[in-house]
Design a protein around this ligand. Structure first.
Ligand SMILES: NC(=O)c1ccc[n+]([C@@H]2O[C@H](COP(=O)([O-])OP(=O)(O)OC[C@H]3O[C@@H](n4cnc5c(N)ncnc54)[C@H](O)[C@@H]3O)[C@@H](O)[C@H]2O)c1
Length: 306
């Protein structure tokens, strides 16, 4: 596979995926509307500014690049709180936008497709760690729209012999993650601690998450794009459960700051406990996370200080 289209390639995860593809000497074309993507993430890469909900303009890209070998679809409205405030907006991008990308993939005869889904599709599960065959019980419109995207990907794979995979990411963190109010908790804590502010824990801090370093995620994405199995779903996770309290303790220690959180009301749509079993992707693709939380936090802090 030589030429890869990455939707959302200027975003947090997408830009790391593009870096890895370039490192592997692939040709990369990015489709991004730059709503949260950043030009400095993708310097010197081919960027086509387009909204994936605009099928006509998106087709210009496919016409211009009629030799694309694979599509990595990461462009999304990626924030659960936004989806609660604006569910139609979320669905339009995550469902209709995904259909547009799939339709053009089919129309232009592209054979490989990779879809970024989320642990948000699982909601709160009783049995941990969560395996791929756990019931799907999203707690936000975002979880619903990501799952709808999965269903379209699977249907297209069956109908058109598309070699497609679905990856359900746990909580991804690392350099370039935006520090806006809905971003990943690690980026928000780093910014608050570096600014001398008291980090806010929503709830009692005993809620758990599975934090996976962005470069490990990029490696999983690129590895699975080349796979031969069709329409399989894989968790991409560290396989480890970390409470928000433990996370903040570790971060305060790394930054040499006192542990003094403020506590806020638990937010609607927040999951209580979550960590994902990653043995299926390890078995099928020999992928496994190589970055410990400590090392990933150090690297993220180093970049935030740079
Ligand atoms: N960050 C996480 O922890 C996490 C966890 C699970 C799943 N995911 C999924 O991974 C993917 C990437 O997430 P991210 O964290 O890098 O988010 P991000 O917001 O940094 O990246 C999304 C990118 O898509 C672009 N985009 C958004 N709407 C678009 C549209 N309508 N048309 C074209 N481009 C558009 C944005 O400009 C941005 O560059 C998403 O599909 C998200 O649902 C992320």
């Amino acid at each position: 596979m030589e030429k890869i289209l990455v939707t959302g390639g200027a975003g947090f995860i997408g830009s790391h995926v593009c870096d890895l593809l370039i490192h592997q000497e692939k040709q990369v074309v990015i489709a991004d509307n730059m709503s949260s993507g950043k030009h400095e993430h993708v310097n010197n890469m081919e960027l086509f500014e387009v909204d994936i909900t605009d099928a006509e303009k998106l087709e210009e890209l496919f016409r211009l690049h009629d030799d694309i070998d694979g599509v990595i679809h990461l462009a999304a409205q990626s924030k659960a709180p936004t989806s609660i405030k604006a569910p139609q907006y979320d669905a339009n991008i995550n469902i209709n936008g995904t259909i547009n990308v799939l339709e053009l993939t089919r129309k232009y005869g592209i054979k490989h497709f990779l879809y970024a889904s989320s642990a948000a599709v699982y909601g709160d599960q009783q049995t941990l760690p969560i395996t791929e065959d756990a019931p799907v019980e999203p707690l936000s419109p975002y979880g619903v729209s990501k799952y709808a995207g999965e269903a379209y990907v699977k249907a297209y794979s069956r109908m058109y012999d598309l070699n497609a995979h679905v990856l359900r990411f746990a909580n991804v963190y690392g350099p370039r993650q935006s520090a806006d109010t809905e971003a990943g908790v690690i980026t928000i804590f780093i910014e608050q601690l570096l600014n001398g502010e008291q980090p806010v824990i929503y709830g009692d801090g005993k809620q758990t998450r599975d934090f996976i370093y962005v470069k490990d995620v990029a490696w999983a994405v690129v590895t699975c794009l080349c796979g031969q199995q069709t329409a399989a779903v894989y968790n991409v996770s560290s396989g480890e459960e970390t409470s928000i309290t433990d996370l903040l303790h570790d971060m305060c220690a790394l930054l040499d700051k006192p542990y003094r959180p403020q506590y806020g009301e638990i937010r609607p749509g927040d999951i209580e406990k979550s960590y994902l079993d990653n043995s299926k992707i390890t078995k099928d693709f020999l992928w496994q996370p190589v970055t410990t939380l400590r090392d990933g936090l150090r690297d993220t802090i180093r970049h935030a200080n740079a």
